[in-house]
Design a protein around this ligand. Sequence first.
Ligand code: ATP
Ligand code: MG
Ligand code: MG
Ligand code: MG
Length: 436
Amino acid sequence: MRLSRAFLPTLKEVPAEAQIASHRLMLRAGLIRQTSAGIYAWLPAGLRVLRNIERIVREEQNAVGAQEVLMPTIQSAEPWRQSGRYDAYGPEMLRLRDRQDRELLYGPTNEEVITDIFGQSAKSYRELPQMLYQVQWKFRDELRPRFGVMRGREFLMKDAYSFDATYEAAVASYRRMMLAYLRTFQRLGVRAVPMVADTGPIGGNLSHEFLILAPTGESGVFYDAALEEQDWLAQDVDIEDDRSLETFFNQVTQSYAATDEMHDAQAWEKVPEAQRREGRGIEVGHIFYFGTKYTESMGVSVTGADGAPFHPQMGSYGIGVSRLVGAIIEASHDDAGVIWPDSVAPFRAAILNLKPGDADTDAICEQLHAADPEAFLYDDRSERAGVKFNDADLMGHPWQLIVGPRAAKEGKVEVKRRATNERFELSVAEALAKVQ
Ligand code: ATP
Ligand code: MG
Ligand code: MG
Ligand code: MG
C-alpha cells in the first residue's frame, strides 16, 4: 500500500474529547471516527486491526471445538419475554418497533436467540455437547459511553454458548473456553488475568472476567503478584481429557485475583503482604456458567438416555473484540504513538523513503514494497523525513524500513524495531528476512 494513495487520515491535533491515550491515539492514527455518541466508523487501518483480532479469536474458538454461526443484530422481543429479561434488562436495551408494530430490539447479547435456535432442533442427549459462537455487533445504550471503542454503544463482541447434558460436562466446556481465552490473549500480545467474577443467583465459582492491567481500567483489581509472572499455558492440555482440563484450571486459578465487586477480605489476608497488588484493569472477556437458567425459562429440553426429558446446561463466553483494539493500545504505547504487537498490526512494516525522486532510494523502496505490498505501507509522500518518522511512530508499525540516499547508494536499509528502538543496517534481502 502506498501512503500517498491510502486513506489514513492522521491528525496532528490532540482531539479534545479524548481523555485517555488509546482513544487519542486511535483518532490521531486514523483508525476510527465517531459518527454518533459511542458509535464509530472503522477506517482502513483500524479495520485491519479489528480483522486481525477476529482472526485470532476465531482460530482459538475453533481449536476448542466451537462452531461459528452468525445471528442477526435485530432480535424479536418474544424470546426475551420468555426468559423474563425483556423488562429486566432496562434502558441499556435499544428497543424498536417495525411498521406492523412488532417489538424488536438491537441485541445486547444473544442467550435468548441461541437457546431458541438450539431448542427448535435438539431432541436428544446424543446431540450434546454443542458449542456455538459468533462475532457480531451488539448495541448497549450505555449511560456513559466513553474512552472511544472501549465503552461504545455499538461494539463488536465474540459471543459463544455451550450446551451440555450434565454439570460435569458443562464444567469441562467452561474450562476449554478458559484455555481458548488464555491462548487468544497471549497471541494478541497482551496479558489478561482471569479473575473471579460475580455469579449472581446462579452461585458457584464458574464466572471469570479477563482483565488487562492498566491504570485507566474501569475495574478495581486485587491480585497476587505471582500472577505477573505466571505462565498459564506452560503445560500441555488435552481438551478431550477432563482430568487434564481440571489440572489446568486449578493451576490457572490458584493465585488470588478478584475485581473489586468480588473482593474477599478474608481470602486476601492469606496472600503474603509483600505479594498483594491493587490496581485497575480493563475487562476484555468474560466466561460464565449459568446452568439451566435459559433452557428452563424458555422451555427447552431434550430426551435423556433413560427416556426422561431434561434441560441442557449452558454457559456463555464473551470477548470484547472492538474494546480490545483500545485495550491493546492502552497496554502498548509510548509518547510517540502506538506500539502494535506483531500479530494485530495493520501493517507489518512501514517503508520510509527519505528522498523521493532520488534514483537509489526509489529503487530500493520499490523493491522492498514489491516483496509484500499488502503488509508493507510505503511512505512515498514528498514530505520531510521528520514527518515520516513521526507518522510511522504514531501508527505503530512493528518495523520501519528506512531508506536514505547515502545508505541506498550502498544498497543498505536501516531497519528499526518500534518496540525497542533497536536499529540494524542491512542489505535489502537481510532487511526483508528480518521483518518476516
Ligand atoms: P462492562 O463491565 O465493561 O460494562 P460487561 O460485563 O457489561 O462489560 P459482558 O456482558 O460481560 O460485558 O460482555 C462481554 C464483553 O464485551 C466484555 O467483557 C467486554 O469486553 C465487552 N463489552 C461489554 N460492553 C462493552 C461496551 N459498551 N463497549 C465495548 N465492549 C464492551
Ligand atoms: Mg456492562
Ligand atoms: Mg463487567
Ligand atoms: Mg462482564
